[in-house]
Design a protein around this ligand. Structure first.
Ligand SMILES: C[S@@+](CC[C@H](N)C(=O)[O-])C[C@H]1O[C@@H](n2cnc3c(N)ncnc32)[C@H](O)[C@@H]1O
Length: 212
């Protein structure tokens, strides 16, 4: 999706993807997550998952929308300082550092020393061609990584993305050198996806450990 699409979602407060608390598939994996200092959260929005991760890690986020970055800190009762790095603006407070701007132009310095990635509603927010670019950028930014990825599956054709259905057979194409392991499954059929209800005949979230 183009940046304008997402800027508009934030401007209109159309945040159907927003969770009220940490994602259950993240909570289930927290204890098993590697002991490293930092976690990178691409396309982070103002996700409460970042608070769950902050119990163990410094959290580096990447997010396009200024509203998301501002609200993340305001809603947590924190005051962030902002600085600039090229075309990105860095919002910082406590263990959080959010790089506001286009993920696809994020400089490697933003994620220096990071070997852990958490993706919820980032890959699945993107159409197929952008997913390839997104995965390539992640692997270029962090050459050796452990990534906890949450995907969403529903019968293609039953709804338009985002969120897009991403099935297991796409993952080796996106991460060709990676070891890929299923970590968890959550059947949401007949239930909502965050704040949205989908009339799909099946709706399943899966978490994956992807290591390259
Ligand atoms: C579906 S939302 C998910 C947000 C968050 N991961 C969560 O779980 O709540 C996708 C987010 O990606 C951001 N985004 C989309 N394209 C982006 C880009 N090129 N660079 C940085 N952020 C982007 C959007 O602004 C939006 O906040």
């Amino acid at each position: 999706m183009e940046p304008q699409f997402w800027q508009q979602r934030w401007a209109l407060n159309e945040l159907g993807f927003q969770l009220d608390a940490a994602h259950p598939l993240l909570s289930a994996q927290l204890a098993a997550m590697p002991n490293v200092p930092k976690v990178f959260v691409p396309l982070c929005g103002k996700s409460p998952d970042m608070h769950a991760l902050a119990g163990r890690y410094q959290v580096i986020g990447a997010e396009l929308a200024e509203i998301a970055c501002r609200d993340f800190f305001t809603e947590a009762g924190m005051t962030a300082t902002t600085t600039s790095s090229g075309e990105h603006r860095i919002w910082q407070s406590g263990v959080y550092q959010l790089w506001q701007g286009d993920f696809f132009t994020l400089p490697a310095v933003a994620v220096a020393g990071t070997a852990l990635i958490y993706d919820r509603a980032a890959l699945i927010a993107l159409p197929p061609q952008m997913r390839l670019q997104y995965a390539a950028k992640l692997q270029q930014l962090i050459p050796n990584a452990h990534m906890l990825l949450i995907t969403l599956e529903y019968p293609e054709g039953e709804k338009q993305g985002p969120p897009f259905a991403v099935f297991a057979n796409e993952l080796p194409l996106l991460f060709p050198k990676a070891c890929i392991q299923l970590a968890g499954i959550r059947n949401l059929t007949g239930q909502g996806f965050a704040r949205r209800k989908f009339a799909t005949s099946q709706l399943v979230e899966k978490s994956w450990w992807i290591c390259w």
